[in-house]
Design a protein around this ligand. Structure first.
Ligand code: AGP
Length: 369
């Protein structure tokens, strides 16, 4: 097992560090930046279905569901196709309205999650075309779907999903950009520019992994907190959810993710000097609004750990700690903002002496209801 961990103390840490390669492997052969082309056989072979789809419904569970939410933002932003994201477990039991004009995208690392598999069967029985985004080749979900795209993350052993999440987002980004370009929403030069930016992501992830020592110091400060809040907006709202899930899974600290603007509709009541709040405040999109959310937290004495874009000055003045991410397209920021949150959860869990790779009560794939 030590050999399999490749010199890392845990599979989770190894898998966090494998992300630059996993993301590259996922877009390799698909992304042709200079030509401004994205090749994805599972879409190319069924292009008419995608172009005529009235709606895309994404079904998944857990971390894969969070990737699905990022997918919703990406597909609606770029391809302008309406998207709904459903927990597979709810979808399968609530008599959903699905027709042959819908495309269902099922996302699953293992390809064996019982609820997601059942949701696929239900969607197919109602005539929808089902596209899978799986990591495990030949898995039940990969076989049950009409077409799909594998994430090439390699085996993920740690129960807490890390590289599966970023590679799922990579596939969904390619899918959104591809559909956008086919629908004429993106010009060739625009697509080319996005693809060139995409190719820089693995190196930027590599850069971020180097701030591990800084993240570890922050982890040491907050490891005994009983509760934590994670806030993000836009593309980074699902990252806030994922950050909170990572922390609760492996450290057993209660954590909640929220869209930053929802804070004032309830969670703000929880804020006092004992509450660490992780805020994703990159300089694009809703930056000013997130800054004002941070000010509200500060005036209630909450502890702020902010993830900002390098060179940020505004948030730095207010936050207790800042973690910088390299500059990129707003739509690609989840691939970067996720990394420090994964490292943070990892270090807190290790410091608390928890079983990082096999947390209590959890299984790597949930093959029962
Ligand atoms: C993630 O850290 C979890 N362990 C869990 O939420 C997982 O993402 C979920 O069970 C879905 O699994 P799948 O991607 O294999 O379908």
């Amino acid at each position: 097992e030590q050999i399999e961990k490749g010199g890392y103390d845990h599979f989770m840490l190894k898998e966090i560090h494998e992300q630059p390669k996993a993301i590259t492997d996922t877009y390799r052969g698909r992304l042709l930046a200079n030509e401004g082309i994205i090749r994805m056989a599972g879409i190319d072979d069924h292009m008419n279905k995608f172009l005529n789809a009235e709606r895309i419904i994404i079904v998944a569970c857990g971390t894969s569901w969070h990737a699905g939410l990022v997918g919703e933002y990406l597909i609606e932003e770029f391809a302008r196709i309406p998207v709904e994201v459903e927990y597979a477990s709810e979808f399968r039991y609530r008599n959903p309205i699905v027709t042959s004009k819908d495309i269902v995208i099922a996302i699953s690392q293992s390809g064996e999650t019982a609820d997601t598999l059942a949701a696929i069967k239900l969607a197919k029985s109602k005539g929808a075309f089902v596209f899978g985004v799986c990591n495990v080749v030949g898995s039940s979900i990969a076989r049950e779907t009409d077409a799909g795209a594998y994430t090439h993350a390699g085996p993920e052993i740690g129960v807490a999903s890390t590289k599966a999440f970023t590679t799922q987002i990579t596939v969904l980004t390619l899918l959104a950009l591809k559909l956008a370009s086919k629908k004429g929403q993106l010009s060739k030069p625009e697509l080319r520019s996005y693809l060139q930016q995409m190719q820089l992501i693995p190196n930027k992830v590599e850069e971020l992994l180097k701030i591990d020592t800084k993240v570890k110091k922050i982890a040491a400060v907050y490891k005994d907190a009983p509760n934590c809040l994670y806030l993000g907006r836009g593309f980074n709202f699902p990252v806030a959810l994922e950050g909170a899930l990572k922390l609760k899974e492996i450290s057993y600290i209660h954590a909640e993710g929220y869209p930053a603007a929802e804070m004032k509709h309830g969670p703000i009541a929880l804020i006092d000097e004992n509450m660490p709040i992780f805020v994703i405040a990159t300089n694009k999109g809703h930056y000013e609004k997130v800054v004002s959310n941070i000010q509200e937290i500060k005036s209630r004495a909450g502890k702020i750990i902010a993830i900002v874009t390098e060179g940020d000055t505004q948030v730095k003045e207010i936050a207790d700690h800042v973690i910088e991410i390299p500059e990129t397209e707003e739509a690609f920021t989840p691939l970067l903002t996720t990394i420090p949150l994964q490292l943070l959860s990892y270090h807190i869990a290790v410091m608390l002496g928890k079983n990082v790779d096999q947390p209590r009560n959890l299984a790597k794939s949930v093959t029962v209801e």
